[in-house]
Design a protein around this ligand. Structure first.
Ligand code: GDP
Ligand code: MG
Length: 438
């Protein structure tokens, strides 16, 4: 599905204005991607409306294609919907975790404790789950794995009691993470229990832990937990599976909160702070939109400084060593070429697969020695590397201190890139050209 969104975006390439049909098509594809990622229908509709309105009303800024303009709007509107990550200050605090059984609370408690310990704070996990057999052992073991303090009491069956005692026992810790029990479904006794723990603990923030596979069930859960204890943020777990976690957006919307952490694995290190860009790219099944636009912008700014180099020539005429040197410099600014191409929606896999594997394999170290060797070449040699025969090779090697074999590699690399650039040239007015030119 992501690929059809890519396809649609690609069909906008070269257009400077976008008409109503184009917008409809883009919005339709986005709707498909989001619905298949479990994003709530109402949210998808809301988002579609704002994207439609903006795409048709706003003029693309000068020099921006319709496609880039629409991508930017989509990205901005999604950031708007999803929000920035929940603020988690690195200071003394008590955090309570809530959620249904199996959502990943206990795992998340240990993961978060590990995360805080890496930030230089002293965390402790307090296990109050007396409902699930083995909950104590599981939490204790995971806390050991995370090398953090743990409190639990397998002989006590009163979770509120355990919570109170746990706070006292871990008074020296900076961050107390209170793990709670869940049930298979929301039941009155669960709500009552967590309300009582909430009263006893008086947490600085309460996080709702949701399995990425949660679909429409997220709404009711989020509403209930919000009503009973108040939710300040959401943790989405099991993102290492196939589920994209779109259902969690419903919970974010319902609780008026944001996403705090993402869990993607069973070990304590498999946690990261939420970051909108990666999550959005994943939901849409597209490349890294934010990074793409930032890199393109940076490349555009800096390439303007290269007054004696017109990438148009490179695309159309002979690909010379000079072009190669300029291209290596451009790559240095933007990152490896294959990564740059991967980030352009619609240009990832397909094109790269058609190239020889090592066509783009210019490592930093090789690149440095290539540049040094080129500094010892004459204008004639740079413009027409075919003239470089053995005597010239000797001279360049002596002058630059770069081994002859390395210079031969450089020449081989050049002819391989030349073939590659010929292929790009054949693609017509492609992204590569636009990127290098502006
Ligand atoms: P709780 O009942 O809410 O405390 O959930 P648990 O922390 O016990 O997790 C339930 C199951 O999901 C366990 O088998 C965990 O190992 C697993 N789990 C939790 N988080 C993740 C995750 O991010 N990825 C994967 N693959 N499994 C997870
Ligand atoms: Mg648990």
């Amino acid at each position: 599905l992501g690929s059809s969104l890519r396809g649609t975006m690609d069909s906008l390439r070269g257009k400077s204005r976008i008409d109503e049909d184009d917008v409809q098509e883009v919005v339709k594809q986005i709707q498909r991607s989001l619905l298949s990622a479990d994003v709530d229908v109402d949210l998808v509709m809301e988002l579609s409306d704002s994207i439609k309105t903006r795409a048709l009303e706003e003029e693309p800024p000068g020099g921006t294609t319709a496609r880039d303009h629409v991508l930017k709007i989509v990205y901005e509107e999604m950031v708007d919907l999803i929000g920035e990550s929940t603020e988690i200050p690195l200071e003394e605090q008590t955090i309570m975790l809530a959620g249904l059984q199996g959502s990943g609370k206990t795992t998340t408690a240990a993961k978060m404790a590990w995360w805080f310990s890496k930030k230089g704070l002293r965390p402790a996990v307090i296990q109050t789950d007396t409902f699930r057999p083995g909950a104590y052992d599981q939490a204790k073991q995971m806390s050991e794995n995370a090398e953090v303090e743990f409190y639990g009491d397998p002989d006590n069956d009163d979770p509120v009691d355990i919570a109170r005692e746990g706070l006292e026992a871990t008074a020296d810790a900076d961050v107390r993470i209170v793990d709670t029990a869940g049930r298979h479904a929301l039941e009155d006794d669960l709500i009552e229990e967590i309300e009582q723990i909430d009263d006893a603990v008086d947490p600085d923030r309460s996080l709702l832990v949701l399995d990425a596979a949660i679909g429409q069930g997220a709404k009711e859960q989020a509403r209930q937990f919000e009503e009973s204890i108040g939710i300040d943020g959401v943790v989405i777990t099991k993102l290492d599976g196939t589920a994209k976690g779109g259902g969690a957006l419903t919970a974010v919307n319902e609780t008026g909160s944001s996403i705090a952490f993402l869990g993607a694995g069973e070990t304590v290190q498999d946690i990261e702070r939420f970051e909108p860009n990666g999550f959005i790219s994943r939901l849409l099944g597209m490349g890294d939109l934010k990074q793409l636009s930032e890199r393109v912008e940076r490349a555009m700014e800096e390439t303007q400084e290269e007054d004696d180099w017109d990438p148009e020539d490179m695309m159309e005429g002979e690909f010379t060593l000079k072009d190669m040197r300029n291209q290596m410099k451009a790559m240095d600014r933007m990152g490896p070429l294959d990564q740059v191409l991967d980030m352009i929606p619609g240009m990832g896999g397909g094109i790269m697969d058609q190239l020889p594997d090592d066509a783009m394999d210019v490592t930093q170290e090789r690149m440095r020695s290539f540049e040094i060797a080129m500094d010892s070449m004459t204008e004639e040699e740079l413009e027409n590397p075919a003239v470089i025969k053995s005597d010239r090779l000797e001279r360049i090697a002596r002058g630059s201190g770069v081994p002859k074999e390395r210079i031969e590699e450089l020449l081989e690399q050049h002819s391989m890139m030349k073939r590659t650039m010929d292929q790009f040239g054949n693609m017509g007015d492609g992204d590569m050209q636009r990127m290098m030119k502006k």
